[in-house]
Design a protein around this ligand. Structure first.
Ligand SMILES: Cc1cc2nc3c(=O)[nH]c(=O)nc-3n(C[C@H](O)[C@H](O)[C@H](O)COP(=O)(O)OP(=O)(O)OC[C@H]3O[C@@H](n4cnc5c(N)ncnc54)[C@H](O)[C@@H]3O)c2cc1C
Length: 384
């Protein structure tokens, strides 16, 4: 890394990974400049609700962030209970003593995670330049530009509602193939979506079914619904250094292959990269020790999830609902006997599904398959 500590340290991408990294570097006295290609922070998102999971850490995730110097300067609601449905529509009430996750908003609104991190970074003197896109940048630099392909997508609506707060999730391939449908409501606002790992071409059908399901099973009523969509990228990285630059967040492939909870990985990898710069530590060693085992477990869990089918998922839900869900998920998200056992096979079979086999490429508007790559901009624009 550079000895020129007075040169502003460049970070490309103002998502949670890039901003977390910028905050930690700035707290250590480094000058930082963040380049963001969009006009606004969180421009990839639509002020939809997302959850910062609180089960993969031993301690509370917000405390972990505070320990690294990142304050919770964004709206967040702790979630300790919710309703999960299996493919038969059977209710499994899920609860935990400690928060399972923190509900946050992603996008450009005041109070969103993105605005909160941006404000914090700026208060520490970080310069953030919007509408600056970098294809090439010299060393040293940190790359944090988010997903590059779509291996998983979520499509849904954000809306207003007078329904009281709650959260519902349904594991049914008819609503979200190999994924889950979710409904999140807090403070008169809501997000409903189908998060699918395949079958992308029929996204509209899956979304319609999702809406119908939650209308019938959770009393969903939307006021002023606005469509949104997004995608995530999953691949197991061999390296997180590109041409001498450290790569963090989803750009590095740091994603949860089981369920797409990528924010914790983004924040953590940003912190690790900053620590490696400030304390001259080996970033490769850091992420391989602190992130790779969790990535491996998520790949193994995804393999088991796919194999388990609706019966297996129903069994798992009933186990989770009879326990403290945070504790059970914590065990599940760390190497456990089944994940260790299936890992060699799961890794051999694992490859990012860059080409969705369920797409026939006829009238294709996909952003996920190779055929649709050039369509991505159109897709993003249609949801802007
Ligand atoms: C609909 C949806 C729901 C999700 N729900 C959850 C959830 O509930 N929980 C969870 O943990 N995760 C969730 N995720 C995943 C999570 O949002 C991502 O894993 C996380 O945002 C990754 O952070 P990042 O900083 O790596 O990338 P990003 O958040 O994508 O940030 C990257 C930034 O880089 C910018 N950029 C791109 N290219 C360039 C360039 N060339 N030059 C400059 N800037 C550039 C982008 O505009 C963007 O602002 C969800 C994702 C989606 C799409």
């Amino acid at each position: 890394m550079s000895d020129f500590v007075n040169e502003p340290f460049p970070i490309v991408g103002a998502g949670p990974a890039g901003l977390a990294c910028a905050i930690v570097l700035a707290r250590a006295g480094r000058r930082v400049v963040v380049y963001e290609r969009r006009k606004r922070p969180g421009g990839r998102f639509h002020n939809d609700f997302q959850g910062i999971e609180n089960w993969s850490t031993e301690n509370n995730i917000l405390e972990e962030l505070a320990h690294a110097g990142i304050d919770d300067t964004f709206d967040h609601a702790p979630v300790r209970a919710g309703i999960a449905f299996d493919a038969w529509g059977t209710v499994h009430a899920v609860k935990s003593e400690e928060p399972l996750y923190y509900l946050v908003r992603r996008g450009d609104e005041t109070g969103s995670l993105d605005q909160g991190l941006l404000g914090q970074a700026r208060a520490l003197g970080v310069e953030v330049r919007f509408e600056e896109k970098f294809e090439r940048i010299g060393d040293p630099a940190i790359l944090a530009i988010g997903p590059r392909t779509a291996d998983v997508i979520a499509v849904g609506y954000v809306f207003e509602t007078d329904k009281s707060d709650g959260n519902w999730i349904c594991f049914d391939d008819k609503l979200a193939p190999l994924g889950y449908a979710y409904l999140l409501i807090s403070g008169g606002r809501g997000t409903v979506a189908s998060c699918m790992f395949t079958g992308f071409k029929n996204q509209r059908l899956f979304l319609q079914r999702t809406i119908k399901f939650f209308e019938a099973h959770a009393g969903l009523k939307m006021t002023n619904p606005r469509p949104f969509g997004g995608y995530g990228n999953m691949h197991l990285p061999r390296t997180a250094v590109q041409g001498g630059k450290l790569v963090i967040g989803e750009q590095a492939g740091f994603q949860d292959s089981l369920a797409g909870f990528g924010m914790t990985f983004a924040l953590r990898s940003g912190i690790l990269a900053a620590r490696s710069v400030v304390d001259s530590l080996d970033y490769t060693k850091l992420w391989r020790t602190e992130i790779l085992p969790l990535l491996h477990t998520s790949v193994a869990n995804r393999y088991v999830f796919n194999l388990a089918g609706k019966w297996g998922r129903r069994w798992a839900l009933s186990r989770i609902s009879r326990s403290d869900a945070r504790k059970t998920l914590h065990r599940l998200y760390h190497p456990w006997w089944l994940s260790r056992g299936v890992l060699p096979v799961a890794l051999r079979r694992y490859r990012a599904p860059l080409k969705d086999k369920s797409c026939d490429h006829v009238n294709c508007r996909c952003v996920w398959c190779e055929h649709g790559l050039m369509e991505r901009t159109k897709y993003e624009e249609s949801y802007a």
